[in-house]
Design a protein around this ligand. Structure first.
Ligand code: PEP
Ligand code: MG
Length: 754
């Protein structure tokens, strides 16, 4: 086969096609196929192993090994060389197989006389369903062309196996551990809730349904058309981004363009089609090779470039299909989106009516996609590392956002248990709903203000049922993120006015635009930054582009004419920044006072405490502000220098550590001393255990996502605050890395519901 990389496989594919199209017993046809492969590859042995229940690979057909071994020789995935190919889903090419440490001798096969071995995985939809092996007596090294040819043949075999269901799928359904079987995967809860539905892949992967082409020249034409479609679309992408982005990002798209025109990539695709493969199979073959190379390369830059190539392969596939992107507005009912990661804007791109849950390979609780999902009541499981290998488009799945689990293709028993969890959750929600009109009064009769974090119009619909004392943080940027162009002053004023109407006499704190970092606005030109979280964002943009901030302040002032208005600035790192921002607000108030409509009745102005530097200017700051609110998400990020969006580091430090608690205590004490109202609106406020510690530190106003209100109220109602105070103040001087366990034990001992 190596002598001619093109015509050899083509003859074999023709022969395979006629076997596949033929009738009769599937196992006999598989036996014919291994015979054809052996003679075509001039190999003494060709064997096919298929995965059966319990992660077992069973010999199903062989040319060259003893016939008795068929259905008797079995290896676990990971055991022996065949098991190794299956476990790692990559080829193994050995001139002296018996010398390999993984070699597992099976006397019934008679394989001791064969030295060289080439094994490739048989894959279907990203999963290993078997292994195809050739062996020779001599110590032969199989060439790259031979490896590629056997991989291609494995795709054909995959088609036969799947269409004939050679392994009874019912048998596989009863066991765990195989990618076609029911699966329970674990991850982190980024947004609570339970959902059932069908998987929609955020980035659809290539599924090859037809491997061998009927008409090679026609297939070659299909491929060429798709390639020129791809090249055109990359050019369009480059031109569009040209207007919006900086030179650095332009470079990245230039690289895309270069790859889309890369002669060797295109030649490999073309050659694969000329061997008789369909264009889809050719793309898949080349893509699998790219992925294998990616696994072996540690240089992040080169890996990144190879992943660009991977993405291009996906795009090319979509061009073959005649469409360019998944339509996020016409989703199947009960959609569960599965993605590597996603931005908040991308989440909002999906039709909210049909989107029931999200599962991410990455993602953290304080990332904005999680925040938005919580506002929308969409459960999200993050850091579900195994999902991408296990999932298929359209798979039925259950998302358990109470225990951080995902069930793929669940059996009836799992579905029944899940249904009872859904009922249980509904009961809990009913219990929380009953607390709606109750004040959060502790056992020792201290009242805690429970406020809601909001930002989307849908939040306003939930405001009544939430039972909140007010809106402690209105993230105005969410409204900007869901639009395709900058909202005008009138539009903004209309929205803020609606929020105030909805809140009635309950307080609302509007935070000015907090964009940048991971919150991008499609219409705002932003430079590609090395460290976006530390970059040009939030108030920094507001002060550098005062027109944007002024317009927003004008809208807020206008919306609050004759009413109360509270405005808060994000990411203040320096006292002077606050003064500058406040001066802009004052100008808008003066302007409004001179005009019809008039100024707000009372204006309160405050700042987020998110950057540690401002804590060292508290005495100055507290003389100028009407209130402050701690943004513990960003404060934690800057305090410990941990990227809040990076799952690799977020678990390293605990906010319930003595150092972080001490800082929170310092902020509370300074505010109490200056008699300035203070609250906390980061994620921590919405977790009962953290909220208990915060109350102990003196925080009396907590602002959280809607779904956290019930559990936090329940905690407050069961707590004796004076006791917590004493306990938490001791923790501030502890040398433990985390006070979590101690706080949990305290809650248990004092019957506090956390
Ligand atoms: C915070 O940083 O804690 C906060 C509330 O702001 P955001 O999560 O929107 O950055
Ligand atoms: Mg923040």
């Amino acid at each position: 086969m190596s002598s001619s990389a093109v015509s050899g496989p083509r003859i074999l594919f023709r022969q395979l096609r006629s076997v596949m199209a033929g009738k009769g017993d599937a196992e006999l046809r598989l036996q014919t196929i291994v015979g054809l492969i052996a003679s075509n590859m001039i190999a003494e042995v060709c064997s096919c192993y298929l995965i059966r229940a319990g992660d077992m690979l069973e010999l199903f057909a062989t040319q060259g090994l003893k016939k008795d071994a068929v259905h008797h020789t079995r290896l676990r995935v990971g055991e022996g060389l065949v098991g190794d190919v299956a476990a790692h889903a990559r080829p193994l090419n050995l001139s002296d197989a018996q010398a390999h440490k993984q070699f597992a001798y099976r006397p019934e096969t008679g394989e001791e006389i064969y030295h060289s071995l080439l094994g490739v995985p048989i894959m279907r939809g990203g999963r290993v369903i078997g292994v195809l092996v050739v062996q020779n007596r001599t110590m032969r090294h199989y060439t790259d062309e031979e490896v590629e040819a056997l991989q291609t043949v494995a795709m054909v075999v995959a088609e036969l196996i799947s269409s004939e269901e050679m392994v009874n799928s019912n048998e596989l359904l009863d066991t765990a551990g195989n990618a076609t079987l029911p699966h329970r995967l674990t991850g982190r809860i980024l947004a609570e809730g339970l959902a059932t539905g069908y998987a929609v892949l955020h980035e659809p992967r290539i599924i090859v349904n037809r491997t061998i082409a009927e008409d090679v020249p026609a297939e070659s034409l299909r491929l060429r058309k798709a390639v020129s479609g791809l090249q055109e679309s990359v050019d369009v992408m480059l031109n569009t981004t040209d207007e919006m982005f900086s030179d650095e990002s332009k470079d990245i798209f230039e690289a895309y363009k270069m790859f889309a025109h890369d002669k060797s990539w295109l030649k490999r695709l073309e050659d694969a089609v000329l061997t008789g493969l369909t264009a889809e199979a050719a793309i898949k073959l080349v893509q699998d090779d790219t992925r294998n190379r990616m696994k072996q390369i540690s240089d992040p830059y080169i890996r990144e470039r190879l992943s660009d190539l991977d993405d291009l392969a996906n795009r090319l596939y979509l061009h073959l299909e005649g469409n360019t992107r998944i339509d996020r507005h016409h989703l199947p009912q009960n959609t569960i989106v599965v993605a590597q990661n996603m931005g908040a804007a991308e989440l909002l791109d999906y039709d909210q009516e049909h989107l029931k849950a999200v599962v991410l390979v990455e993602g953290t609780r304080s990332s904005h996609v999680a925040i938005v999902a919580r506002a929308l009541g969409i459960p999200v499981i993050g850091q579900c590392k195994e999902i991408s290998d296990a999932i298929e488009q359209g798979d039925f799945m259950l998302v358990d956002g109470e225990h951080g689990q995902v069930f793929l293709r669940p059996g009836d028993d799992v579905i029944q248990t899940f249904d009872s969890s859904v009922r249980h959750r509904a009961e809990k929600q009913a219990k929380y709903a009953a607390l709606r009109n109750k004040k959060a009064l502790s056992k020792d009769k201290q009242e805690i203000g429970i406020h809601m974090n909001a930002g989307l119009l849908i939040d306003l619909d939930h405001f009544e049922e939430a039972g909140a004392d007010g809106i402690g943080l209105f993230r105005t940027e969410l409204q900007f993120m869901v639009r395709s162009k900058l909202p005008k002053v009138d539009e903004q004023a209309e929205l803020y006015s609606k929020v105030l109407d909805k809140a009635g006499d309950r307080p609302v704190i509007f935070r000015t635009l907090d964009v940048g970092g991971d919150k991008a606005l499609p219409y705002l030109k932003m430079k590609e930054e090395e460290n976006p979280a530390l970059g040009w964002r939030a108030i920094r943009i507001g002060l550098d582009r005062p027109a944007l901030l002024k317009a927003q302040l004008r809208a807020m002032v206008r919306a609050a004419a004759g009413r109360n208005l509270s405005v808060m600035f994000p990411m203040i790192a320096e006292f002077s920044e606050f003064l500058e921002a406040k001066a802009l607000l004052n100008k808008e108030i003066e302007r409004a006072a001179r005009r019809e409509g008039g100024a707000p009745k009372v204006v309160k102005v405050g700042t987020m405490i998110e950057v540690p530097s401002i804590i060292w200017q508290m005495p100055h700051l507290l003389r100028e502000v009407d209130f402050v609110s701690v943004g513990s998400n960003d404060l934690m990020q800057f305090f410990y220098a941990v990227d809040r969006g990076n799952a690799m580091v977020t678990d390293r430090f605990d906010m319930l550590s003595s150092s972080f608690l001490s800082m929170l205590k310092y902020i509370a004490t300074e505010c109490q001393r200056a008699n300035v109202p203070f609250s906390i609106c980061g994620d921590a406020a919405g977790k009962p255990l953290e909220a208990m510690a915060l109350i102990g530190l003196g925080y009396r106003n907590l602002s959280m996502s809607m779904d956290a209100i019930g559990p936090v109220k329940e905690m407050v109602l069961s707590a004796d605050i004076e006791r917590i105070k004493d306990f938490v103040s001791k923790l501030c001087s502890s040398k433990e890395i985390s006070a979590r366990d101690q706080l949990r034990a305290f809650a248990k001992d004092h019957s506090i519901v956390i």
